[in-house]
Design a protein around this ligand. Sequence first.
Ligand code: HEM
Ligand SMILES: *[C@@H]1O[C@H](CO)[C@@H](O)[C@H](O)[C@H]1NC(C)=O
Ligand SMILES: *[C@@H]1O[C@H](CO)[C@@H](O)[C@H](O)[C@H]1NC(C)=O
Ligand SMILES: *[C@@H]1O[C@H](CO)[C@@H](O)[C@H](O)[C@H]1NC(C)=O
Ligand SMILES: *[C@@H]1O[C@H](CO)[C@@H](O)[C@H](O)[C@H]1NC(C)=O
Ligand SMILES: *[C@@H]1O[C@H](CO)[C@@H](O)[C@H](O)[C@H]1NC(C)=O
Length: 376
Amino acid sequence: MFSSLAIYALLAIQAYTVSAFPAYESLAGLSREELDAAVSSVKWVPPPPPPGPLADQSAKLVHDAAHPYEPLKPGDQRGPCPALNTLASHGYLPRNGIATPVQIVNAVQEGFNLENSFARFLVYSTFLVNGNPVTNLMSIGDKTSLTGQDPPKPATVAGLDTHNNCEGDTSMTRADAYFGDNHSFNETRFQNLVKFSKKYGAGKYNYTVAAQYRKFLIEDSIQNNPQFTLVSPRLFTAFAESVFPVNFFIDGRDTSGQLDLDVARSFFQNMTFPPNFHRRNGSVSNVGQDVVTDLMPNFRPGYNAHGVNSYVPDPTSATLTEPCVRYVNFVNRNIKSLYPNPTGVLKEALKINLQYLYEATVAAGDGCTQVFPYGK
Ligand code: HEM
Ligand SMILES: *[C@@H]1O[C@H](CO)[C@@H](O)[C@H](O)[C@H]1NC(C)=O
Ligand SMILES: *[C@@H]1O[C@H](CO)[C@@H](O)[C@H](O)[C@H]1NC(C)=O
Ligand SMILES: *[C@@H]1O[C@H](CO)[C@@H](O)[C@H](O)[C@H]1NC(C)=O
Ligand SMILES: *[C@@H]1O[C@H](CO)[C@@H](O)[C@H](O)[C@H]1NC(C)=O
Ligand SMILES: *[C@@H]1O[C@H](CO)[C@@H](O)[C@H](O)[C@H]1NC(C)=O
C-alpha cells in the first residue's frame, strides 16, 4: 500500500505542477502524512478530449528507424491485445505498457490506421472499467501500481487482462480464463488458427478462415469450458477481433486480403512489426465482420449454465445488432457496479470519460440516447 502510494505521488509529481513539492525533489523518506499531503495537494487535470482522425491516412512505413523493436524490461506490461503489445514494443505507446486514452487512440491510428470513432469507442470502453480515471492511466496488461493509487473498491483498475469487459473467452491465441493464463500467447491455440488457415484459406488467414475459426472457438469453449460465457460487451470484441488480423496485420501495399501466418505470428507472439511493415492504406474498423456472423445466424449470447455442454442464451445481454442496448447496459451495469457512488474528482473524471464514450458511440453511427448515471 505504502509503496503504491509513493509511486502514485512520484508519477503525479512528474505529470502535474505542485507548488509545495518541486518536481526534482525526491519523496523517499517522507512520512505517510507527508505523502498524503503531497498527494492531496496535486492539482487534478481533467482528461483532455481524444484526437480526431489522421490528416493523412495513406499506407506508410511504420516499422521505421524512429520505432525500433526493443525487448521487454522487467516490469513492462503486455497483455491480451497483440496490436497494443506491438505498439508498446516499438515505442508508439510508452514501452512500459502504461498509457493514457489519448496515447492509445494516437498509437492505433498512427501504427495501424484504425478508424477514429472505432478507436475512441474501444479505448473509452476499456479505460472506464480497466483504467484509473483519476490518474488517467491504464495498463495494457496486468494490474500494477504504476497506474497510481486505486479509487475505492469495488473498482478494480486492473488493466486489460481483467476478465470483465473486452478480455474474455474464445480468443484466437489466448486461453479462456478458466484454463488459467488468459492473456499470454498460447501455441496450442495458434496451431488451431494455422490448421483452419490451411483448411479454409490455402495456408493464409482470411475472412473465410476468420468465420470458420470463430465458429470452432465458440463450439470448443461450449464443449470444454464449464464456466464459458460470451455476452455483451465481450461478445462484440470477440466477433470484431476475428477480422482485425485481416484488416490490420496485412502490409498496406498488399490488397489481397490474405494474411501470411509468419506475419500473424510476428504480431501475436513476438509483438513485433515484420521488417519493413507498412500500415494499411486508409482507415477502417471491423469491415468483414458480416462474413463471420453470416456463418452463425442462430448464435445468441449466453453461457454454460451448469458445466460443459449446457449452453443457454442470456436474454439480458445485448445482441450484435443492438448497439444501444450494449451502450446503456455497459454504462448502467458494468461501470455503475465498479463505481456505485463516486465523489469529487473521481466523479468528475468518470463523467468526462463517459461523455467521450458517448460521443464515440454517436460518431460510430449508433444514435443511442445518452444515459447519465452520475448526473449531467
Ligand atoms: C483501440 C484500442 C484497443 C484496445 C483497448 C484493445 C483491447 C483488446 C483486448 C482487451 C483484447 C483481449 C480480448 C480477448 O480476450 O481476446 C484484444 C484482443 C485483440 N486485439 Fe485489441 N485492442 C485495441 C486495438 C486493436 C487494434 C488496432 C488491433 C489490430 C491492429 C487489435 C487486434 C486485436 C486482436 C487480433 C485481438 C485478439 C487476440 C486473440 O483473440 O488471440 N486490437 N484487444
Ligand atoms: C493453451 O490453451 C489450451 C486450449 O485452450 C489449454 O488447454 C492450455 O492449458 C493452454 N496452455 C497454457 C500454457 O495456458
Ligand atoms: C487473467 O489473468 C490475470 C493476470 O495473470 C489474472 O490476474 C486474472 O486473475 C486472470 N483472470 C481470470 C478470470 O482468471
Ligand atoms: C480464403 O482463401 C480460400 C482459399 O484460397 C478462398 O477459397 C476463399 O475465397 C478466401 N476467402 C476470402 C474472403 O478471401
Ligand atoms: C520471433 O522471435 C524469435 C526470437 O527472436 C525469432 O527466432 C523468430 O524468427 C520470430 N518469429 C517471427 C515470425 O517473427
Ligand atoms: C491507397 O489508396 C488510394 C486511394 O484508393 C490509392 O490512390 C493509392 O494508390 C493507394 N496506395 C497504396 C500504397 O496502395
